[in-house]
Design a protein around this ligand. Structure first.
Ligand code: C2E
Ligand code: CA
Ligand code: CA
Length: 618
């Protein structure tokens, strides 16, 4: 395969265009002989630019042709018949149109208008030739989309200048449309086009095509802490190293020197490499290895040394996807898996990887970073004593303020955090935050509030909970029963005997214990008696049905009686209506939580609620 210029083969300059948006950095990828850049001025602009002219006077077209030949543009087509002009433009597809305005039957304005309305021709540069010097015609031509003007009679050197400028500008525009301006690399749409073409070729010739999807670890952090300027510099340097390392893979692709692989910036800190005509699949892994090695040295930015590692996913055509979109998606899936393995990993796509969807993987990765980036927040939902109407405490409920998705519900991300083990760190953050909040409230001197914290299964393993809470209790000087741990039945029943011991220790440490979601599990009453608990929370599904379902009402009644007999406080959650509250009051339920009183709210709002309440009852 021949090296291909980044942009489509619009007329190029023999000796360098003047108007490329980025003539340094990674754009060097393109400098393989066709010379679209390099910057010393404009000499003879040439190559295969076809210039077309429409003018009703044969004399004019002859003169212009001669001028253009002189200036180095041998390809010239023209017509003196304005009626057939549009059709000819469509057929000839010139790089530039010279258009006379004043013609019989069909004017230059008409042609210009038709050109701009044509999807295929709308970006064609048009230089308008006119004897008319009046401002109105010029304005009209400009409004219709003329690129330049040339006054008749035409001066040869002015013509050459205008033609050259128009062509240079066209190249510049094409580059803008096809390249990433920051790095000079092909952009996503160009890459996808090329990938499409490579896959068709690969399918025809039975060739293997490799696709690497590269994402930088910790890039956002660098961008956030050092600023976008530093982030941009880093991306440029990364692009350069990518180009250099992929080019250097001369033992890899069959004819690597002429086929260094197409590198593109897909957006943000994502890059991709297309390896056409791979000799063997595992050659893609060699390229990935080179890229990782190339990234090992520190990046020098603003006199700072930065270290950045890439995560690389690899998908290979035809096995991992028969079209560009599928192949790219699967490389991305593999990349996310690589990312989970930590620093600088590369991974091949495997069918099993898709079992868990891409969205889910993205969420998992984002969650990993949520803690570092301070995206987690605790909301507090008041717990109210039914008898007095006073707020006795709050349940801390986790919220994830995701930069793109907005507030993500804990029901969405906690199961994921539990599965990938992140809940241990997240749970520790929740406990620390809750203890510090409890200490602040205690210091504020109001009647003491409790904070209830939900606990997950992985947090119970190996006495982790005790190890985490012991120093927190001490450093925050928390009084007894300020922190309530909410545990579910199924969690305690995993190993009931061990649970009994652990609960005993926690209680000795001054924590209160609550059995959450009561009624949804399969509690053995025998154990219930032996768990050292302080509180039962009736699950909101029962409360929800209370006014309409006698069966659920009966269950609630039984639970309250049971809790009484065990000496436990009873809390109803999910109370939404006055009717529900009245029923719970009749039964002698102690406390409730629910939208009726308040949704979970940020801490400042919770404090406001509480102050209002104190003011009412004072
Ligand atoms: P949960 O422990 O049962 O928490 C109560 C849930 O009920 C909360 O949902 C709360 O917003 C919601 N709720 C409260 N009052 C009402 C009401 O009147 N009507 C209705 N329909 N719902 C009400 P949220 O905040 O979405 O939390 C969902 C679950 O996520 C929690 O269920 C808990 O299992 C888990 N979770 C929340 N924060 C944490 C945490 O920090 N750690 C762990 N491990 N789990 C947490
Ligand atoms: Ca709870
Ligand atoms: Ca619950």
């Amino acid at each position: 395969m021949k090296p291909q210029p980044i942009s489509e083969p619009i007329p190029l300059f023999r000796d360098g265009a003047t108007a490329t948006p980025n003539s340094q950095g990674a754009a060097a990828q393109n400098s393989s002989g066709t010379a679209t850049q390099n910057s010393h001025g404009a000499k003879a602009p040439v190559l295969d630019a076809t210039v077309m002219m429409v003018d009703d006077e044969p004399m004019m077209t002859d003169v212009i042709q001669a001028y253009l030949e002189e200036a180095g543009y041998p390809r010239f087509v023209s017509t003196n018949d304005p009626i057939g002009a549009l059709e000819m433009i469509r057929r000839e597809r010139p790089s530039l149109l010279l258009l006379d305005l004043n013609m019989p039957h069909v004017s230059g304005f008409d042609i210009l208008q038709a050109v701009r309305l044509d999807k295929e021709l709308q970006y064609l540069p048009v230089i308008v030739l006119t004897a008319m010097t009046d401002a109105a015609s010029k304005l009209k031509a400009l409004e219709l989309g003329a690129s330049e003007f040339l006054a008749k009679p035409v001066d040869a050197s002015e013509l050459a200048l205008r033609v050259r400028n128009s062509l240079a500008f066209k190249i510049y525009q094409d580059r803008l449309a096809t390249c990433d301006p920051l790095t000079g690399l092909p952009n996503r749409s160009t890459f996808m086009h090329r990938l499409d073409a490579e896959l068709s070729r690969g399918a025809r010739d039975g060739e293997v095509v490799g696709l690497l999807h590269i994402d930088l670890n910790r890039f956002k952090q660098i961008n956030d802490t050092l600023g976008h300027g530093a982030g941009d510099q880093l991306l440029q340097l990364v692009a350069e190293r990518l180009v250099a390392s992929v080019r250097g893979t001369d033992t890899i692709a069959r004819d690597a020197r002429s086929n260094p692989g197409l590198i593109s910036r897909l957006g943000g800190d994502e890059f991709s490499v297309l390896l056409s005509d791979l000799g063997r699949e595992d050659h893609a892994a060699l390229v990935a290895r080179r890229i990782r090695l190339a990234m090992q040295a520190p990046f020098q930015i603003d006199r700072q040394e930065l270290f950045v590692t890439p995560s690389i996913g690899i998908a290979v055509f035809p096995g991992d996807g028969g079209d560009a979109a599928t192949l790219l998606k699967n490389a991305e899936v593999a990349m996310y898996h690589a990312k989970q393995q930590g620093a600088a990993a590369a991974e091949f796509y495997r069918k099993e990887l898709n079992v868990r969807s891409l969205e889910r993987l993205k969420l998992e990765n984002a969650l990993r970073r949520a803690l570092e980036r301070n995206e987690l927040e605790l909301y507090y939902q008041p717990k109210i004593a039914i008898l007095t109407g006073h707020i006795t405490g709050a349940e801390a409920l986790l919220r994830w303020n995701h930069p793109e998705l907005g507030m993500v519900s804990p029901t969405e991300f906690i199961p994921i955090a539990e599965e990938c083990g992140l809940i241990v760190d997240i749970g520790e953050w929740v406990l620390r935050t809750a203890c510090e909040q409890a200490a602040r409230w205690e210091l504020a001197g109001h009647p003491p509030l409790t904070i209830s914290v939900n606990v997950s299964r992985p947090q119970l393993a190996q006495n982790r909970l005790i190890d985490v809470l012991m120093p927190l209790q001490r450093s925050n000087r928390l009084g007894r029963n300020r922190i309530v741990l909410e545990l579910t039945e199924s969690l305690l029943m995993d190993d009931a005997e061990a649970s009994i011991r652990m609960l005993g220790t926690l209680r000795d440490m001054g924590l209160a214990l609550s059995l959450d979601d009561f009624g949804t599990g399969y509690s053995s009453l025998a154990y219930l008696k032996r768990f050292p608990l302080d509180e039962l929370k009736i699950d909101r599904s029962f409360i929800h049905a209370v006014p309409t379902s006698p069966a659920d009402a009966a269950i609630v009644k039984t639970v309250v009686v049971l809790a009484r007999s065990l000496g436990l406080r009873v809390v109803a959650e999910g109370v939404e209506t006055e009717a529900q509250l009245r029923y719970l009051a009749e039964l002698g339920c102690d406390e409730y939580q629910g939208f009726l009183y308040s949704r979970p709210v940020p801490v400042a709002q919770f404090e406001l609620l509480r102050r209002e309440r104190l003011a009412c009852t004072a």
